[in-house]
Design a protein around this ligand. Sequence first.
Ligand code: ADP
Length: 428
Amino acid sequence: MDINRTQPLGILADILIVDDEPNNLRVLSNLLKQQGYKVRAVLSGEMALSAAKLTPPDLILLDIMMPDMDGYQVCHQLKNDSDTCQIPVIFVSAKDQGIDKVKAFAVGGVDYITKPFQVEEVFARMECHLKLNYLQMKLEEQNYHLQAEICQRNAAEKALKEQNEQLRQEIERRQLTEIALQKTNQELARSNADLEQFSAIASHDLRSPLATINGYAQLLQLCGKEQLDDKCNNFVEQILKLCDRTDLLIGELLSYAHLNQAQDPFQLLSCDRLVQQALENLGTEIYQNQAQVTYDPLPEIIGTESQFVQLFQNLIGNAIKYRREDSPRIHLSAVLQDNHYLFSIQDNGIGIEEKYSEHIFQIFKRLHSQDYPGTGIGLATCRKIVERHGGSIWLKSQVAQGSTFYFTVPNKQRVVERQMIAAIASPN
Ligand code: ADP
């Protein structure tokens, strides 16, 4: 009989024999040893309990009739101890001693043998229970692993569900943002259309009566100067001034409204040239204010020429206009950062309180309307131009120290990328 086949981890089965008769012990021990089992033999129940607890054997052959503690009691105690409860116990009894089979199974025995026994039968029964016990241990081990795997899978499933839920919420949030964005875009498009319609009406319906009023006021100034007293002549002058201011306001409003419909194509622009053009346009203001405008070498960018001239002109113009007593000192520079240029226009003017740094980019918002002329459209125009070219604009300022306006413009490569993306998004 090949006993290794049935043993866990391939070791020899360790058998504990318990019998108060030394002769019986010897005979059985020798038989088992000859078969290759590892055998331990003890003479009493007490000894059996401590030997089993110290090193649990693979199987116990337990005599029933013993002084002090009989086999049933030993088995009962073995089964009540977590260290020894797994060990299969086979009862051994002499035929004339009789065996209470029900009791033997009730206290946890797995089998019984009666003496005199047939050696093969003993081995067969032992093999059978060693194998059963081994398989049961294996099963428990597999069960344990299975439980662990189920726990892991449950945890993974829970984590997956949570991630799914987060993803669902994220999608929902994005969808809501998209809907809100679409709504804002629609509102923006509508308000732009309203503004453009208003501008068209304004240009026609307001400009022509304004021109007529202006014409009559000029006539009055020319022809009626002698007939009118000083007070009335002053009134006429006020009318002419107001006509000029209103005409300027209508003109700026119109160009603001039409910024997005610019017909000029995007092209490669030299910022040096754009700034020179803006300075030429501001010649009178520069001269009258003794302003000093300096600039570092500026880069080439891609955009609409007229709009960038207007952007530089508005920012430099404001830097001159919102001056302190010292004559204006203005400096322009640009640096390349990642995929855009950062432009700055620094002045030594009156400055702006930080809390207004967003406010002044809104149309018609002015801070110094009492002391300085203007329409409140300039910076709103600047923001529209910068954003139309894919950049942003902001400022840093200190009251009575000066301001620096910053804006970004994508570099050439970034503009090409943006155009390609736009072309892919709307192939028609
Ligand atoms: P406008 O100059 O016609 O009033 P803008 O839109 O150009 O309109 O500017 C809005 C307001 O921002 C101005 O009325 C002024 O109060 C403030 N502002 C703009 N530029 C400067 C500057 N460089 N220094 C101080 N204040 C400025």
